[in-house]
Design a protein around this ligand. Structure first.
Ligand SMILES: [Zn+2]
Length: 229
């Protein structure tokens, strides 16, 4: 469904909260105040010393990270992320991105990042979904912090390998984790990688590998939600 059609539908039907589905009242947008109040916030006070960066430490060159809230399979944040990814609710991404952006804005060293880089999705998924949800989250962060978004620096590689080769890659854990850096878009500096949810940290780590042969790069990460182990 195009953005235009979804915008027209939201004019005809009143908006509902993306988490609890109750009708939104005046001044409420995307998530109702009751749900906003109940979201399990991470309340991180540092981007260099928290449970998220502890999980990335040693496996990834990412030096600082934060998430807006905690994620669980039964939790309320799951509804919002599901609607963002599968129900064409890209505005949920921008909304959550602004909330995440308020944290980024006051959290060094993330607030000194030069660019925001949304984690790219596979071209097949992009075609199916119509958009990359992380780009909308990055857009929300950018609105609050003024840090520009570069969605062309990284792309997800398309594999055209034989099944045998694919099996070998999957055994090595590399099949789904190939991101390509585009040299013509690259400038040295601090790069804040943006994603919807961090679970194992595998996606963020795979993205950071695209910068392996680059000097003068500092990598940070920000996600809407973090799955606490
Ligand atoms: Zn609600």
């Amino acid at each position: 469904m195009s953005y235009l059609i979804s915008d027209l539908i939201s004019l005809i039907y009143p908006d509902v909260c993306t988490i609890c589905s109750n009708a939104l009242v005046q001044n409420e947008r995307v998530i109702c105040l009751t749900c906003l109040y109940d979201i399990p916030l991470t309340n991180y006070v540092s981007a260099t010393n928290n449970e998220m960066i502890a999980q990335l430490y040693g496996v990834s060159p990412i030096k600082a990270a934060l998430a807006y809230c905690h994620y669980s399979d039964t939790g309320m944040v799951k509804n919002a992320i599901h609607n963002l990814k599968y129900n064409n609710k890209h505005e949920v991404g921008t909304f959550l991105g602004r909330l995440l952006g308020q944290l980024v804005a006051k959290m060094p060293p993330l607030n000194s990042a030069d660019i925001l880089v949304p984690v790219p999705i596979h071209p097949k998924k992009l075609k199916l979904r119509g958009y990359n949800q992380s780009e909308f989250i990055a857009k929300g962060i950018s609105e609050v912090t003024g840090i520009p978004v570069n969605n062309k620096l990284l792309t997800r590689e398309i594999h055209s390998l034989s099944q045998t080769k694919k099996d070998q890659w999957e055994r090595l854990g590399q099949q789904k984790d190939a991101y390509v850096l585009h040299e013509e878009e690259f400038c040295p500096g601090s790069i804040l990688i943006v994603d919807d949810v961090m679970t194992t940290g595998g996606t963020l780590t795979a993205c950071s590998k695209a910068f392996d042969n680059k000097d003068n790069v500092r990598l940070f990460a920000a996600t809407v939600a973090f799955t606490l182990k």
